[in-house]
Design a protein around this ligand. Structure first.
Ligand code: AMP
Length: 369
């Protein structure tokens, strides 16, 4: 394992595997182009090692040039692709073969195709050393592929994490185990907030309770608070669009978190899907959803007790509490199947001493890989 800036990376591809893939690409391209003089265009910065090793493997007449583009910042693609070094001049009638280190979503490719669209090249081909077929948008054909790899953040062999790691001879993958994202699932009163308080300390996680964020906004009289108040007072769910945006903001506020405990979110199918998509866009994921199970009557009694102390209006009236359970049964309970399908659903008995329940939750968390 190596550390670059604040993150850990584990070995993924050996130098030999990379060089073998490149040798194969050189052979395939030679088959098509050895009788002419193609122009290889490397995409900087990431492709410099690939271009060098590729040319050593391609021993036929050819020219070489570079363009320079950039779309990554940290671990995520910014979506904005800047052209820092433009296409070479004098390309008329040439067969251009782009040498790209990694193709993932395809945004950089779009910019490349655009760059070459005004030139009179004879042919325009794309060769990608690493290709993430899972996420590629498929807009342009990739003509030569070195290795099809999963959608994990990689460094080494020219690729960087915030400029570090380009000089590594092998490719390393972000060690996801460093980040644990948990969804705590369960009816109101199941103990999610209490348990999250312990788990966040134990595993160094950031706790996000959507209920707490709403209450904070209500207390501070914000627009969001005013909007949410009427729903919360009735024990209804706040609309998805509002809740999802708020959740995203809370995650964005914590770029350095080692992981998150989502407490009270997601509560609907739309929220669960939005969370998956949002985390994926940040190269993150939900690792586990853990449900705290308890009987309704026990929960009603707990909530009424809590209401006496906390003053929460939605905890003081049994009909509002029952309405929250109805909302849960109707909109939230189906998420169990959603997470089961992903193999991420775990159930824990939520009745017992608080520390006993923390132990049960910890056993699940420590069994995750
Ligand atoms: P909680 O503190 O988690 O019990 O949440 C209190 C109330 O805040 C809920 O009854 C809802 O009105 C609102 N709320 C909290 N989280 C969500 C969510 N994910 N979606 C919609 N409404 C929510």
């Amino acid at each position: 394992m190596i550390k670059l800036h604040d993150k850990f990376f584990k070995p993924y591809l050996k130098e030999e595997q990379i060089l073998n893939a490149i040798a194969k690409m050189a052979k395939d391209i030679a088959k098509d182009y050895k009788d002419e003089v193609p122009l290889f265009v490397g995409v900087l910065n990431g492709a410099f090692m690939f271009v060098s090793d590729f040319l050593k493997a391609y021993q036929h007449p050819c020219e070489v040039s570079f363009v320079r583009l950039s779309s990554y910042q940290g671990l995520t693609s910014t979506g904005i692709v800047e052209t820092l070094l433009d296409v070479p001049e004098e390309m008329e009638g040439k067969s251009v073969i782009i040498l790209e280190d990694v193709v993932d979503t395809g945004r950089t490719l779009k910019q490349l195709v655009h760059l070459f669209s005004n030139t009179n090249v004879k042919e325009f081909k794309i060769a990608a050393l690493f290709y993430k077929s899972e996420v590629y948008n498929g807009e342009y054909p990739i003509d030569y592929i070195g290795l099809d790899i999963p959608d994990n953040f990689i460094v080494g062999y020219g690729l960087d994490y915030n400029e570090l790691g380009r000089n590594l001879r092998e490719v390393y993958q972000l060690n996801q185990a460093n980040m644990i994202n948990l969804v705590l699932f369960g009816k109101p009163g199941a103990g999610k907030g209490t348990q999250a308080g312990f788990l966040k300390e134990k595993y160094n996680l950031k706790h996000i309770s959507t209920g707490d964020v709403f209450r904070y906004n209500i207390q501070n009289g914000t627009d969001l608070g005013m909007l949410a108040k009427s729903y919360i007072d009735r024990g209804d769910l706040v609309p998805d669009a509002v809740t999802i945006d708020m959740l995203k903001d809370e995650v964005e506020k914590n770029p350095d978190a080692a992981g998150f405990i989502f407490d009270g979110f997601p509560r609907t199918a739309a929220q669960a899907e939005a969370l998956d998509n949002f985390l994926e866009s940040k190269n993150m994921r939900v690792d586990a959803t853990i449900a705290l199970e308890a009987d309704d009557d026990i929960l009603v009694a707990r909530l009424l007790e809590r209401g006496k102390v906390s003053g929460r209006s939605d905890d003081q009236d049994e009909s509002k509490i029952r309405n929250r359970f109805d909302e849960y049964n109707e909109k939230t309970a189906p998420l169990k199947a959603y997470y089961q399908k992903q193999g991420k659903f775990h159930s824990v008995n939520g009745i017992g001493d608080i520390d006993e329940i923390t132990t049960r939750l910890s056993q699940v968390i420590e069994s995750l890989d």
